[in-house]
Design a protein around this ligand. Structure first.
Ligand code: GDD
Length: 402
């Protein structure tokens, strides 16, 4: 089994589609189902006994991950967890190349690479089993999406019986395949030879175009993966389990539901999950420091953050309520995200109509209140994105409030 895993966390200049939530917190640290998005990947990696090191690679300031790394390290004392910072956005393979000595330290024969922004069951053991069975040099996680959606992703053509990848195209203009790159890979260490070849090819191409390319940027998909089918040892493991990419802020709502449902199925009495009752429709996660009135009804698919206060008769469904939020009595929150320290007044209704289309822009069937927003008593807010520190005093529908 592999001894290392790398997680690509991106940086502050990306994740703009995650606004307004990324104005408050870096996307990968946004809590979904009670923990930061990236922790779901870390927990899955930590479930593999052989893993001794997790490297987060991105171009956020070091300070952004300081507390998170310390907390994760405390949770998993047997695994070394580090953040490696690119001095600028180097692309999905540029950072791997730049930090190759660190990655190859200890001579790992193979390692996982995971996109921080995918929500899935991370079938890492199954990927490794296929790798061993096929004596592969690389295995990619694949998933099927609707044929009209496939062009937004990397598309994979594989031999149906063996899973051997014959062709890989990143975001093709025409329809190629609805089996797409799900953002999880297991690479043999010889991937660095392919990355070096890709880099040489890019440098040469750039020199012939008068050097107008950014020399340090290297893309795993367009520069490296496209070279792998010709090795004959590149395979796809197709997951039939849930998969979603967390791109827009609205996509955190279905990701929250999927992770909560998975957690509830695996262990209905997992820490933080509330037992079913007349006022709890599972799955519901409530931070132990939150105060929920006995007459409030929660669920399904609800996460309540630390120190939140949920008043009498409130109703919350398919939503994420972050730390320090106050939902006054008889308020309703549906298909929404209510960010830190926001307030929703008595009898107010904050809702999304729930027609989420992952590739679309905002508002996409959710309402999102960024931090420190207040919604007055009895006001109705529907399919609205609200930037931090705003007061909503009248009804509003299908708008972005800047
Ligand atoms: N360290 C680092 N440096 N990470 C990066 C960089 C970079 O310069 N650029 C992107 N990332 C991270 C992002 O944070 C994300 O976790 C992952 O790499 C992929 O992000 P994007 O480059 O935005 O690609 P995408 O989401 O449009 O598409 C990719 O992911 C899809 C699956 O989620 C491609 O790999 C597709 O083929 C794939 O289907």
């Amino acid at each position: 089994m592999p001894s290392k895993a790398l997680i690509l966390v991106g940086g502050g200049t990306r994740g703009t589609r995650f606004r307004p939530l990324s104005l408050d917190i870096p996307k990968v640290l946004f809590p979904v189902a009670g923990k930061p998005i990236v922790s779901h990947a870390i927990d899955a990696i930590a479930g593999i006994d052989s893993i001794k090191e997790i490297l987060l690679i991105g171009f956020y300031d070091d300070a952004v991950f300081k507390d998170f790394i310390a907390d994760s390290q405390k949770q998993y004392p047997g695994i070394s967890i580090k953040y490696l910072r690119e001095y600028k956005a180097m692309g999905t393979a540029g950072g791997l190349y730049h930090f190759r000595d660190e990655i190859l330290k200890g001579n790992p024969s193979k390692f996982f690479v995971i996109h921080a922004d995918v929500c899935c069951s991370f079938p890492l053991k199954e990927i490794d089993t296929l790798y061993l069975e096929k004596q592969a040099k690389a295995v990619i996680l694949g998933t099927r999406v609707h044929k009209d959606e496939a062009r937004n992703y990397g598309c994979i053509v594989a031999e149906p019986k063996t899973g051997r990848v014959l062709h890989y195209v990143e975001k093709p203009e025409s329809k190629v395949s609805n089996l797409i790159n799900a953002g999880v890979y297991l690479f043999d260490k010889t991937i660095f030879d392919t990355i070096a070849e890709a880099k040489t090819a890019r440098d040469e191409a750039s020199a012939s175009r008068f050097g107008d390319d950014d020399q340090d940027v290297l893309r795993l998909e367009q520069d490296v993966l496209v070279r792998l089918p010709q090795t004959g040892s590149f395979y796809v493991y197709e997951t039939k389990d849930f998969w979603l990419q967390i791109k827009t802020a609205g996509s955190a709502v279905p990701a929250n539901s999927l992770y909560l449902q998975k957690l509830f199925q695996a262990n209905p009495s997992a820490p933080g999950l509330r037992a079913p009752s007349a006022t709890i429709v599972p799955p519901v996660f409530v931070d132990p420091s939150a105060q929920v009135d006995d007459s409030a009804k929660l669920g399904p698919n609800v996460s309540i953050g630390p120190n939140a206060k949920i008043g009498a008769g409130a109703r919350v469904r398919d939503s994420i309520v972050l730390g320090g939020v106050e939902l006054k009595h008889d308020s309703v929150v549906l298909n929404s995200i209510v960010s830190s320290d926001s307030k929703v007044g008595a009898w107010a209704r904050v809702e999304g109509t729930g027609h989420h289309t992952p590739a679309s822009g905002a508002p996409d069937g959710v309402t999102i209140l960024a931090s420190n927003v207040s919604v007055a008593d009895e006001v109705h807010v529907q399919n609205v994105l609200v930037l931090p520190h705003k007061e909503i005093k009248t009804d509003v529908k299908n708008e972005v409030i800047m």
